[in-house]
Design a protein around this ligand. Structure first.
Ligand code: SAM
Length: 193
């Protein structure tokens, strides 16, 4: 592997590890049967390497760009399926869980909506809060004064969590260490049984 690729992996590793530390136990609590892990906007696929546990029998890696690190992932993930497509065109099927790390702006909403529609657990770390964020029609929206807070991302992510709750999920915001990434909110949810 080239030094540049190795450097890119090392740069992303702490973020993926911290994300998996939050999300993996939630999926493990929910799933007792083999399931498919969908990694949307997967980039180099490193997130899946840390999230996938022994029940994740296949991993669907989705990115609109060519997944340039296939060789690196090969052999390190069980049954990887590479899908070079927009997330819009990929359906979540069967017993599954959904992750997305730093899916930009409204892409985070699309991933969330897919998980909610399929009624599967999700772990999503959003970024780029100004790009095409969904305007969910909520029964109980968060206090709009939260938009005045220094950290506006909490306002938008509270709306997202409320969207999941109002659609049958137990959901909350967790956080990774902001020294790893300033875009450190992690939206987690499982369908209410
Ligand atoms: C900020 S990167 C995050 C990559 C990786 N998850 C990470 O944390 O390192 C965003 C990724 O989203 C992909 N992307 C952008 N638009 C997309 C779309 N409509 N459908 C699927 N992937 C998309 C980009 O190619 C890029 O790999």
């Amino acid at each position: 592997m080239s030094e540049e690729k190795q450097h890119r992996i090392e740069k992303h590793r702490p973020k993926c590890e911290a994300f998996a530390h939050i999300v993996r136990p939630i999926f493990q609590t929910y799933h007792t049967e083999p399931y498919t892990l969908y990694d949307f906007c997967c980039g180099n696929g490193l997130t899946s390497r840390y999230v996938a546990d022994s029940l994740a029998e296949s991993i669907v890696l989705v990115d609109i760009a060519d997944i340039g690190m296939r060789k690196m992932i090969q052999g390190k993930l069980p049954n990887p399926i590479y899908v070079q497509a927009s997330i819009i065109d990929v359906e979540v099927q069967g017993n599954a869980a959904v992750v997305a790390v730093h899916a930009c702006g409204g892409l985070t909403d699309r991933v969330l909506e897919k998980a909610v529609e399929a009624k599967v657990p999700f772990g999503i770390m959003p970024c780029c809060y100004r790009l095409g964020i969904a305007e969910y029609d909520l029964a109980l929206p968060p206090d709009a004064r939260k938009q005045l807070y220094k950290n506006q991302q909490d306002y938008y992510d509270t709306r997202r969590i409320q969207f999941a709750i109002e659609n049958g999920f137990e959901a909350r915001i967790e956080r990774i260490d902001s020294r790893i990434s300033p875009m450190n909110n992690v939206l987690v949810g499982i369908p209410r049984r």
